[in-house]
Design a protein around this ligand. Sequence first.
Ligand code: HEC
Length: 142
Amino acid sequence: MKYSLFISLFAFTVGCEYPVNPPKADYNRVMSALKEAETAAQAQGGDPDLMEGEKLFKSTCTSCHGDDGKAMTAAAAAMNPKPKNLTSADWQTAKTDAEIAKVILEGGASVGLSATMPAWGAIIDETKVVKVVKYIRSLKEK
Ligand code: HEC
């Protein structure tokens, strides 16, 4: 008796939430929309995450690190220690993505480097930092 009450309550609840069968998602349409977005991004010259990472880097980091990450800027020349050449294969190999993300989010001082490298966590969140790291990785000298 208890169970049948439970079952009919359950059926009632489900019945109220879904008065009609919800329409099945049209995955073909979703997939073709994703494909279209990817093709559009490629037509513009590549990976949208990489493009956003580049935009963030060039708007936030260039004054010290240079557009190309080589730190050949006037500001860099005046610093001690100077920002390193981020394109260097040696530097790129020595650092993991997590280490690069940490120094960006929490600043140089958080990893024992110069506090001249500011913490960017207030304007670059976890999603954006992944894109910035991707851009930095794309700068690695061949
Ligand atoms: C005010 C100048 C300045 C700005 C702006 C700046 N940095 Fe730096 N950055 C530095 C300096 C100086 C260092 C070197 C610190 C050291 O070696 O002690 C550094 C170091 C780094 C490092 C290397 C850490 C390592 O492992 O050697 C990374 C990665 C980095 N910055 C990324 C960024 C990114 C990404 C941005 C933009 C979001 C940015 N920086 C903006 C000055 C700056």
